[in-house]
Design a protein around this ligand. Structure first.
Ligand code: UDP
Ligand code: MG
Length: 315
């Protein structure tokens, strides 16, 4: 039981919360080192996702003060998922196990040692699962739960109430590194690895300081990515809608024919104009969904790197 643990933390404009978070995480790491459940060389890897505030300075100061705080600076803001992946890929070569956690420590750091215990029991991946969402706003809670239901109805394998707080072994990370997706939705990819998994349950707290770095726009983009990167269900829905519209057309045609026979043709103006609008809308939606996939093919076919590491502060 002497594995090197890396705690990977993506940080975007986190100057308000970072100093406290680093000291809490260092405390957790030191406790586990003292209990000999992890190797002395274990470290915290803070990934600066192109912050515009003092985040990188804070990381540098802490790195200068102690060996077990590492920093990785991305050259621009690449988004939470890419920043996290960049940290995990660095950790893969330097640690035996990694645990990813958000910088605001809304996830309970006390279960970190429980995750490591599960790893020792043979799990390659350990998911942090939120027991309840009492601390989330009603809006966030209901939209998140609706989203999980939507995903599973579309055949996407997801872990209910799990975000990106999880342990992954070196092996799991090596497997993950074989995926070359540019539209990253890590939560959807991990279950595809099919390795032995475990779960720990915790209560998610409130953000300690600063504001959420996930405004509605980013949340929606992540949700759309989650669906379109893993499911072709929306494209099938277009087909089903098309069939349905065809039936509606048939009924309308029968109606029009009967009206024609009874000599009421000019009365059809309202229904005609309505159907033009309706069909126009349906067509636009259909084209939009297809466009979403074509856009994906376009970006995947470029095989662009997801991130560029500008600087790495390690031992
Ligand atoms: N984050 C990031 N890049 C971004 C947006 C967010 O690295 O472009 C990080 C952020 O610093 C935090 C984590 O992603 O560590 C989750 O963000 P946040 O806690 O604001 O999201 P919420 O909990 O509100 O969903
Ligand atoms: Mg948060």
């Amino acid at each position: 039981m002497n594995e090197v643990l890396a705690i990977v933390v993506p940080c975007y404009n986190e100057e308000e919360v970072l100093p406290d978070s680093i000291s809490i995480l260092k405390g957790v790491l030191n406790e586990m080192k003292a209990a000999h459940s992890i190797n002395e060389k274990s470290f915290i890897l803070l990934v600066d996702d192109g912050s515009r505030d003092r985040t990188w300075e804070i990381i540098k100061e802490n790195h200068d003060k102690s060996d077990d705080v590492w920093g990785q600076k991305l050259s621009r803001n690449c988004g939470h998922q890419s920043a996290l992946l960049s940290g995990l890929m660095t950790a893969k070569d330097r640690a035996d196990i990694s645990i990813s956690i958000d910088a605001d420590l809304q996830d309970d750091v006390r279960v970190i040692s429980e995750m490591v215990d599960k790893y020792h029991e043979g799990c390659e991946i350990v998911y942090g699962i939120r027991g309840s969402r009492k601390k989330d706003s009603f809006f966030k809670r209901s939209t998140a739960q609706g989203f999980y239901k939507l995903l599973s109805s579309m055949g996407v394998k997801t872990i209910y109430n799990h975000a990106d707080f999880r342990l992954m072994s070196k092996k799991a990370l090596e497997e993950l590194s074989q995926y070359h997706e540019s539209n990253l939705y890590l939560r959807g990819l991990i279950p595809l690895l099919g390795l032995k998994t475990g779960e720990v349950v915790y209560e998610r707290g409130e953000r300690k300081a600063g504001e959420s770095k996930y405004p509605l726009k980013k949340m929606l983009a992540l949700a759309v990515n989650g669906i379109t990167s893993f499911s072709t269900e929306p494209i099938k829905m277009v087909l089903r809608t098309g069939v349905l519209v065809l039936f509606v057309c048939l009924a309308a045609a029968i109606y029009a024919f009967i009206s024609y026979l009874s000599g009421n043709v000019e009365k059809g103006w309202t229904s005609l104009i309505l159907s033009i609008w309706f069909l126009g809308g349906v067509q636009l939606i259909a084209i939009g969904v297809i466009g979403e996939y074509i856009g994906k093919i376009y970006s995947e076919s470029k095989h662009r790197p997801l991130y560029h590491i500008e600087e790495l502060l390690d031992k």
